[in-house]
Write a protein that binds this ligand. Structure first.
Ligand code: SAM
Length: 322
């Protein structure tokens, strides 16, 4: 089992499949994706090696992320590799959702269980303004198709100063009729988003107060659950989760590790650097990679230093997938 010196166990791997994305979210890649390396992203066989090494060390859940994972031509094959790895019992993906109308079915057939679709606003104009893409209706078609195919659907929405009560009310309306979970994520500072962060930061405190006031009840957390504090309500089909990386003690229950599309282990989303594992990964040697992981895990720090404005090596989350 992968366990760090503080006794935290890592049931959950977030594997980035590419740094490329075709959306231009204001808080992430406002000028679009610009390649920073000629190094190749992990191949299908390399992804398979990473997943099997983690699985044999106790990891149970894999999230495929990016960049935009659905830009990969072999996304269905990578999903199948994750689903077939012995020990993995949940395969999830984080995506902008623009390609899910076409891809939900093959991904479901390949073994995908859950999809997190990023939607920061249900107002088409605001959606366009935030993402640089006028594609809200395609994304909502993707949500419907994912539900039709039996995928568990979560909607990721970044909380910003522009997230008004009207924005929240539109999401609450959606939860009345659709069995999806909303995840409101506090805007995080990254190396390249300092100015945007300062002018748009928004804590989840007022959303939590609104939920409690209107009858939403907290739900107990499972061992390989993500970092969200979840709520349910008898009048709604959907649930709500709050992700509050700036909250005190947020890191105490950390159960996740990240591998970048270039094969670096990131012990935290905001660690100082990624730890190179590409030689072990490229040799497709699961045993060597397991040993490498066990030798690196002891370096995981107790917390990130985001509160102090220290964003580590993370220039933007498209590097690692959030
Ligand atoms: N392209 C995919 C997508 O759009 O979901 C996956 C990658 S994206 C980096 C993963 C998640 O990180 C998205 O839900 C996005 O909204 C979130 N994210 C990106 N930058 C963020 C930031 N600075 N603070 C909070 N969440 C952020």
């Amino acid at each position: 089992m992968l366990q760090d010196p503080l006794g935290r166990r890592f049931y959950y791997l977030r594997l980035s499949l590419t740094e490329a994305c075709n959306f231009r979210c204001k808080y992430c890649l406002p000028n679009g994706y610009m390649p920073t390396t000629t190094e190749k992203f992990l191949s299908l066989n390399e992804c398979d090696t990473v997943i099997r090494a983690f699985a044999s060390l106790g990891t149970k859940k894999v999230r495929l992320t990016g960049g935009e994972p659905t830009l990969r031509r072999d996304i269905v094959e990578v999903t199948a590799a994750a689903a077939q790895a012995k020990g993995i019992d949940l395969v999830a993906m984080t995506t902008h959702g623009g390609r899910l109308k076409r891809l939900s079915r093959p991904l479901r057939e390949a073994g995908l269980n859950q999809v997190n679709i990023s939607i920061d606003s249900l107002d088409p104009r605001q959606f366009h303004e935030i993402t640089g893409q006028n594609k809200l209706s395609e994304v909502l078609d993707g949500v419907d198709e994912a539900l039709t195919q039996g995928l568990l659907v979560k909607i990721n929405s970044v909380l910003m100063s522009t997230t008004t009560q009207k924005t929240l009310d539109q999401f609450l309306d959606l939860l009345k009729t659709k069995p999806v979970t909303m995840r409101f994520i506090e805007l995080m500072e990254t190396g390249q988003s300092g100015q945007f962060f300062q002018s748009h930061k928004q804590r989840a405190t007022s959303v939590r107060e609104m939920l409690i006031r209107t009858g939403w009840k907290p739900i107990k957390r499972e061992i390989h659950a993500g970092p969200a504090e979840e709520f349910m309500h008898a009048d709604y089909l959907g649930k709500i989760g709050l992700i509050t990386p700036y909250a005190k003690d947020f890191c105490d229950t950390c159960n996740r590790l990240r591998v970048s599309a270039l094969g670096k282990l990131h012990l935290c989303l905001f660690s100082e650097q990624g730890l190179d594992m590409r030689p072990e990964i490229a040799s497709l040697d699961v045993e060597a990679l397991k040993q490498k992981l066990q030798s690196l895990i002891g370096r995981k720090a107790a917390t990130h230093f985001l509160h102090e404005g220290n964003t580590g090596a993370t220039k933007h989350l498209a590097m690692l997938g959030g």
